[in-house]
Design a protein around this ligand. Sequence first.
Ligand code: 13P
Length: 333
Amino acid sequence: MPSLPLSALASTAHALVAPAKGILAADESFPTIEKRFKPLGIASTEATRRAYRETLFTAPELGEFVSGVILFDETLRQKSREGVPFPALLQQLGIVPGIKVDQGVTALANFPDEKITQGLDGLRERLKTYHELGARFTKWRAVFTIKGNSLPSRTCIEANAQRLAQFAALSQEADLVPIVEPEILMTGDHGLEHNEDVAEVVLHTVFAALVSHRVQLEAMLLKPAMVLPGVDCPQQASDIEIATHTLRCLRRTVPAAVPGIVFLSGGQTPDQASQRLAAINRAGEGPWALSFSFGRALQDPALKAWSGKPEHVLAAQAALLDHARQNSAALKR
Ligand code: 13P
């Protein structure tokens, strides 16, 4: 079938899911990076955060496996030791710089245990600045907790879906590709099927909101969690079962116009995340690229190897590349 030319924005979305490539999520907010640094005895300061991110971004040949990096506001404004702004450094390596634009989650009033993501106020102005600083894509994360049959509530799903859609529309207006991240948390004792049912409702609601806000589906990416049993569920699932349920849910809910689905790792071990990603890709052709946008599953081994010590930079980079290579290999169909 002859294909229509892609818009510039859609081309960026496609570049982010280029064959054998995925995204490195390195967009930890101040509280999150502190939580990651603390067990390793690393103080979270402007200098240590900069040094750590430079270690990741300058890993040799990172661009062979990584198409884009999601940055945090502070990192987008930081520079390498040689004085090159991080967005420019990534661009020189053929890696697209992106930015987390939500401002974290807060309690959803009247709904105990549920969260709403904040950050829409002033977003149009911030997006303009982010584009000027070199960002070419954005990310917004919403979180949903499964608990019995009552959570997530319809209100929580709808309120977060509206915000995801408003974020996506504003991003496209600012010439930035939105990564829409509705994360269903792994915590709980729910089974695989129950997670699939919840994910189906969440994704239907999110896409209905995206369509209603006239978001161009060809110029966005979806970042979901894989469909998994809760961590406390006595009946865990095989990689094949996870792949089958994940794909069935995505086929039922994600329009074929979306160029790519990039999974988060969500607390799976690096090996689990890679093996399941490989099983998903082997389980069948979807209309979309199925890739990764991992934070912990790519960074944890590298962070541990580095542990804040300049003499461990090479070991940290080797650990990052190992896992980036492994995830790139997992994309083979
Ligand atoms: P994890 O892969 O560690 O879940 O992080 C991905 C991410 O960007 C969460 O917003």
